[in-house]
Every structure is written in C-alpha cells, then in structure tokens.
Design a protein around this ligand. Structure first.
Ligand SMILES: Cc1cc2nc3c(=O)[nH]c(=O)nc-3n(C[C@H](O)[C@H](O)[C@H](O)COP(=O)(O)O)c2cc1C
Length: 157
C-alpha cells in the first residue's frame, strides 16, 4: 500500500498531526508525508491512499489546499482511498463568540472530503478534526496519539 499525507500548516500544529498520521500508517504502508507545495496534484494517482489536511481558517481549508484540490485532474482519484483531516478550535471552547463562529462556519475537513470525492476518491473514514488550545496552538493533550490511531483505521477499510 502506497500512502501520501498532504498538509499545510501556519503554526505547525497541522504539521504535527500529519506526521502522527504518517507514523500511524507506517506499519501497513509505504508512506510519504509532504507539505502541499511539494506535491504535484497531477501525479497523485500513483498512491493507494491519499489523506489531505489543513488548519481551519474561517471554516475553510487554506487557499493552498484549495488550489491543490482544484489541481487534481477529473477522476484523478478514481479507485483511490481518500481521507481528510483538519485542526481547529473545539466547538465547546472558550467564549460564546468563538463558539458561535465555529458552529456557523464549520470545519475544513468536510469540505476537503467533498472535494476529494468529487475527483473520484473513495472516502475511507469520516472527515476528522483535531484540536488546538488556542489560535497558534498548542495541540490539545493526546491529539497526536489520536491522529496515529485514526490513521491505522484508514487502511483497515
Ligand atoms: C485567521 C484565522 C482564522 C481561524 N478560523 C478558525 C475557524 O473558523 N474555526 C476554527 O475552529 N479555528 C479557526 N482558527 C484557528 C486555527 O484553526 C488554528 O490556527 C489552526 O488549527 C492551527 O493550525 P496550524 O498550526 O497548522 O496553522 C483560525 C485561525 C486563524 C489564524
């Protein structure tokens, strides 16, 4: 099984999650973890599993991730397992304002998943979110372990 984890990250929290996902996949797959600017979306069909992750900003993935997803050719993910993840603030977080914003805007991973499916990918797990304590991090306790465990489940499908 050849697996690719693609991510972008502003404050390095999503990068840590992507690396933890890479570790989780290691046992079952030949895995590459790559920042989005290092991957050409045209050649993504050489993998059996592609996981894409982004920080959530205003309910959306970063523009770099959006551009990457748009660059995948039509049906470029046909026959390929796909998964998406994001980082963001927990809905049950701090103040009421943030809670409301997060509730209205949602998270990046479901949007990434829809885009991956629109290119023919087969979603192998529901979109998953991992949490930071504040805008710049750090990750909440145990999130890297949870990411590694989530990754192991992706190849079992
Ligand atoms: C401009 C901006 C907008 C953000 N919007 C949201 C949001 O809509 N929902 C959310 O849960 N977190 C939001 N956050 C928090 C980010 O998700 C957090 O910075 C990110 O998880 C950190 O990941 P990174 O270190 O990989 O960049 C926002 C952060 C920034 C800087």
């Amino acid at each position: 099984m050849k697996a690719l984890v693609v991510y972008d990250s502003v404050y390095s929290n999503t990068e840590k999650i992507a690396n933890a996902i890479g570790k989780g996949l290691e046992a079952s797959s030949e895995v590459k973890v790559r920042k989005v600017n290092e991957v050409d979306p045209k050649y993504i069909n050489e993998y059996d599993l592609v996981a894409v992750g982004s920080p959530t900003q205003a309910g959306r993935p970063l523009p770099s991730i959006k551009t990457f997803l748009e660059g995948i050719p039509a049906d470029g993910l046909k026959g390929i397992k796909v998964a998406s993840f994001d980082t963001g603030m927990p809905r049950e977080g701090k103040g009421w304002f943030l809670k409301l914003v997060v509730k209205i805007l949602g998270y990046a991973a479901p949007r990434i998943a829809r885009s991956l499916e629109s290119k023919g990918g087969t979603l192998t797990a529901p979109p998953e979110g991992f949490f930071v304590e504040d805008r710049e991090g750090p990750l909440s306790d145990g999130e890297e372990d949870r990411a590694a465990t989530w990754a192991k489940g992706l190849v079992k499908q």
